[in-house]
Ligand binder design. Structure first.
Ligand code: NAP
Length: 326
């Protein structure tokens, strides 16, 4: 019998979608999977589905050494730690434990900023690039799954709230309003990653990992600007909100002063770098891999956004980054 697949991140949105698809669309027996969490309190949730459960906390290497015992594939969800230095320590712990325990293959969930390249200046991408580098140097068999920017996270990208009457964006060169992104549905990312885990890469000959980081780029089918998302919000909610531009420093100060979620200056400064990347094309590379895995065209960003705001008028997304998360 093949060694089990160990899944990190399954208490979160992407990991839950992956697990659900593995169990229900691919009918993998629960005995072939091991669910994990940093918290022992999640054990019963998985045990009630006949799944094995192990404690795995990237910040506590001893938990990883125990968790990674005797596993075949490891789904390595990137940490949600926002401090890059801490995040890198956590990721190093995972890579070192995987190497120490002879894990068969690591599937690392990275981010698609910069497409297949390493040119993005966004802080969050620096940690992903450094982790990919660790995997490359580790000698482990690994695949990097660079996930497109979540369509579901549009409220964060636009700093939109259900009460918003305008979308304020910084006035950048080139124009952020025209920067295109291949917005990608988190649920569809989950479905696609599950297909890879269930059937293996060999089942999808058109998908060939690229560069020395073995990158598979998982994106929506088309790159579109923020204005397309705003139009989708308006269609879905019957509103008429517009994008307005402000000088970058004034934008940071004004956003931090009035933000409903209480996000501060540092958060918006970091978002400014992300938006500069968007303007410069960080998110614009489209790749057909996700369509191959799904066997259908993935939803575009505007399609996903319109569906979300129609389904839930008060839709929000992790908007309070300084307090408890959704
Ligand atoms: N592509 C994008 O646009 C985008 C947007 C947001 C985030 N992301 C990245 O994608 C990842 C998954 O996204 P998501 O939406 O599923 O996030 P999420 O709902 O916040 O879930 C995060 C998951 O990662 C696990 N996790 C986080 N830090 C961990 C650690 N130190 N040790 C062990 N497990 C840890 C959590 O497990 P427990 O809490 O149960 O331990 C949880 O299951 C995020 O962590 C983030 O790095 C990508």
């Amino acid at each position: 019998m093949a060694p089990p697949i160990l899944l990190t991140g399954v208490t979160g949105g992407l990991g839950a979608a992956i697990l659900h698809t593995l169990l229900h669309a691919h009918a993998l027996p629960p005995s072939t999977l091991i669910a994990t969490s940093r918290s022992e309190s999640n054990r019963s949730h998985f045990a009630s589905q006949d799944l094995h459960f192990r404690l795995a906390d990237y910040a506590r290497p001893e938990t990883l050494l125990t968790a990674f015992e005797g596993i075949g594939d490891l789904l390595f969800m990137s940490s949600s730690e926002r401090d890059n230095a801490k995040r890198l320590v956590e990721h190093r712990n995972v890579v070192e434990a995987a190497r120490a325990k002879g894990v068969g293959r690591v599937w690392y969930v990275s981010l698609a900023l910069g497409g297949f390249g390493n040119g993005s200046r966004a802080a969050v991408m620096q940690a992903h690039i450094a982790t990919e580098e660790m995997l490359k140097s580790s000698g482990l068999d690994f695949i990097t799954l660079r996930a497109g920017s979540y369509s579901e996270a549009f409220p964060l990208f636009l700093n939109w709230y259900p009460s918003s009457t305008t979308i304020l964006l910084p006035n950048l060169m080139p124009s952020v309003a025209e920067g295109k992104a291949a917005w990608t549905s988190r649920d569809e990312l989950g479905e696609g990653i599950a297909a890879l885990l269930a059937k293996g890469l060999a089942a999808y000959p058109p998908i060939i990992p690229q560069t020395d980081r073995n990158i598979i780029l998982l994106t929506g089918p088309v790159a579109e600007p923020p204005s397309a998302l705003v139009e989708a919000i308006n269609r879905g909610r019957g509103t008429d909100i517009r994008i307005e531009l402000q000088e970058p420093e004034a934008w940071v100060q004004a956003q931090a002063k009035h933000d409903e979620g209480g996000k501060g200056v540092a958060w918006f400064q970091s978002r400014l770098v992300w938006l500069q990347g968007l303007a410069e094309g960080d998110c614009e590379v489209v790749d057909p891999a996700l369509e191959v895995l799904l066997g259908r065209r993935p939803a575009t960003g505007p399609q996903a956004v319109e569906r979300l705001v129609r389904a839930e008028a008060g839709y929000t997304w992790h908007q309070n980054h300084v307090g408890p998360r959704k």
